[in-house]
Design a binder for this molecule. Structure first.
Ligand code: GDP
Length: 147
């Protein structure tokens, strides 16, 4: 089953939105298979955002993602990568549709949540935050009511 990496970013943790954001994904029917509350080091941030190294906003991005603790989660479900991107909404809060996480909680570039943008990146990103043993294999009791 497809998996994706979600981060509840530092602004969302500080604003007390961690539970609300987890709920959005749970309510949709995604299965939580890994969770870790951590402060991202500069080294981990650089590995996570290596694709953005040449971008003008790279330094701001590293400063942002290392500015406080995050909640990292591995979520599982049919088409999990695309489903989570839809739930998150457009990158900047002002552009994101109401009803999406960013549309409901963000105004600008501090955008509350990260989600992998491809299956390949999801596998890589999950491996940055979780050892294979950290991910839990189990059946959701209500899974047959979702799938
Ligand atoms: P995402 O996949 O929707 O998160 O967007 P991107 O992969 O394009 O960018 C990664 C992250 O970099 C975004 O979530 C923002 O936190 C940040 N970011 C993107 N563009 C900008 C920008 O122009 N300025 C700043 N400061 N941050 C940006």
């Amino acid at each position: 089953m497809e998996r994706t990496l979600i981060l509840v970013k530092p602004d969302a943790v500080q604003r007390g939105l961690t539970g609300e954001i987890i709920t959005r994904f749970e309510r949709k029917g995604l299965k939580l298979v890994g969770a870790r509350f951590l402060q991202i080091s500069n080294d981990l941030a650089a590995r996570h955002y290596a694709v953005h190294k040449s971008k003008p906003f790279y330094n701001d991005l590293i400063k942002y993602i290392t500015s406080g603790p995050v909640m990292a989660m591995a979520l599982e479900g049919k088409g999990a990568v695309a489903v989570c991107r839809k739930l998150m909404g457009a990158t900047f809060g002002k552009d994101a549709e109401p009803g999406t996480i960013r549309g409901d909680f963000a105004m600008d570039k501090l955008n509350i949540v990260h989600g992998s943008d491809s299956i390949e990146n999801a596998e890589y990103e999950i491996s940055l935050y979780f050892k294979p043993d950290d991910l839990v294999e189990y059946e959701l009791n209500n899974g047959r009511w979702i799938n």
